[in-house]
Write a protein that binds this ligand. Structure first.
Ligand SMILES: Nc1ncnc2c1ncn2[C@@H]1O[C@H](COP(=O)(O)OP(=O)(O)OP(=O)(O)O)[C@@H](O)[C@H]1O
Length: 343
């Protein structure tokens, strides 16, 4: 647990996030999410400052850079340290708006460029039309996609915040590494064990562990065709802000948005509560937000929640509510199963 003051530089915050990227390369699913009341600094923390032209996402040295550009840059730096890993990085960007999931990388069929917000559907057979996963070779490429996706994100001016995000943004980075054979012709695996590649019908955003693809036992045979080894997913989540309707002054469709935002955040808190109590049933399906994050919540996934709170006395009720959410998240982590020692 660490508390940052209002003047703490973004670099400091990233300093504590940084070890999670090493965990990602070690094969853990990682989720970093910002939670807090509207206008408290979630998007600033995750993405950096906002400008009238859109979000500021330069990769050149910029002291205000948020966690997303910093994390992608660090990921590619770590990958470059060990080229033999032959890492493949894919990105998907979705928003959960009014409990519907929209793909922010869907292509405009005329230009073949991202820029067509489209709903991610669940078919009658239960099959998902998954969001597009785009392969990226550099942090710059990744952030160009993020910038394009953010242009489509739902925002609205409220009495509290001129650029209030009205949706939950989920950026999923999937890391896949190629296994290699050692001199004896056997698979050489890292301590986390080999994983087989996802079958085509499995959504990449769900994460290998959610899909039951982790096979910690015997590694697969070293045959042609098994060239990929799914490692892990990194979810970077900028949640929409919890909001008191009386304060934000919203009405009409904005009020409807607020209702969906607050309900989905309550569903997220319920999932964390169920995980911390180690209940048999975790209510992931109660909202699209928790459904999308299923692979990142619970199990052996690593979750980092950044609580953004106002230092003002007048926001004390919202601050206490956010701290309550954080306490649940901490308990969910504590609830992870640990190997028992022999009696
Ligand atoms: N640490 C900070 N330093 C400087 N400016 C900040 C900081 N945190 C937030 N801000 C500014 O405060 C304003 C609100 O921040 P931000 O947009 O990140 O809020 P939010 O929590 O994402 O709100 P919402 O939930 O309504 O989308 C923005 O103008 C942002 O640039």
């Amino acid at each position: 647990l660490r508390v940052y003051g209002p003047a703490e530089p973004q670099k400091e915050v990233f300093g504590d996030v940084h070890p999670l990227l090493t965990s990602l390369l070690d094969g853990y699913n990682v989720c970093i999410m910002a939670y807090g009341q509207t206008g408290s600094g979630k998007s600033y923390t995750m993405l950096g400052p906002h400008s009238e032209e859109g979000p500021v996402l330069p990769l050149e040295c910029h002291s205000d850079l948020g966690l997303v550009p910093r994390a992608t840059e660090e990921l590619f730096r770590l990958i470059s340290e060990n080229p033999s890993r032959k890492a493949k990085v894919e990105v998907s960007i979705v928003e959960v708006y009014n409990n519907d999931v929209f793909d922010l990388l869907a292509e405009d069929t005329c230009t073949a460029l991202p820029g067509l917000k489209c709903e991610v559907l669940t078919t009658k057979e239960g099959r998902k039309e998954v969001p597009i996963c785009r392969s990226v070779c550099s942090a710059q490429e990744c952030m160009t996609l993020v910038g394009a996706g953010l242009q489509l994100r739902a925002t609205r001016a409220t009495a509290v915040h001129a650029h209030s995000s009205r949706s939950h943004l989920i950026i999923t980075v999937t890391l896949t590494t190629a296994p290699y054979c050692d001199s004896s012709g056997k698979w050489a695996c890292r301590s986390t064990g080999c994983r087989t590649p996802a079958p085509p019908s499995v959504p990449c955003w769900a994460g290998p562990r959610a899909q039951g693809l982790v096979s910690p036992g015997a590694p697969p045979a070293c045959t042609a065709g098994h060239t990929e080894q799914v490692c892990a997913t990194l979810h970077l989540v900028d949640l929409a802000g919890s909001e008191c309707v009386g304060v934000s002054g919203v009405t009409g469709s904005a009020l409807r948005e607020t209702s969906f935002i607050n309900r989905s955040l309550a569903a997220l808190a319920d999932v964390l509560g169920a995980l911390s109590e180690r209940r048999g049933h975790i209510p992931y399906r109660n909202s699209k937000l928790t459904h999308m994050l299923q692979g990142a919540l619970g199990g052996d996934a690593k979750l980092l929640v950044i609580l953004c709170v106002s230092p003002c006395q007048k926001h004390v009720a919202e601050t206490l509510q956010s701290l309550g959410f954080g306490a649940r998240a901490r308990q969910a982590e504590r609830g992870r199963p640990v190997p028992r020692k022999p009696q």
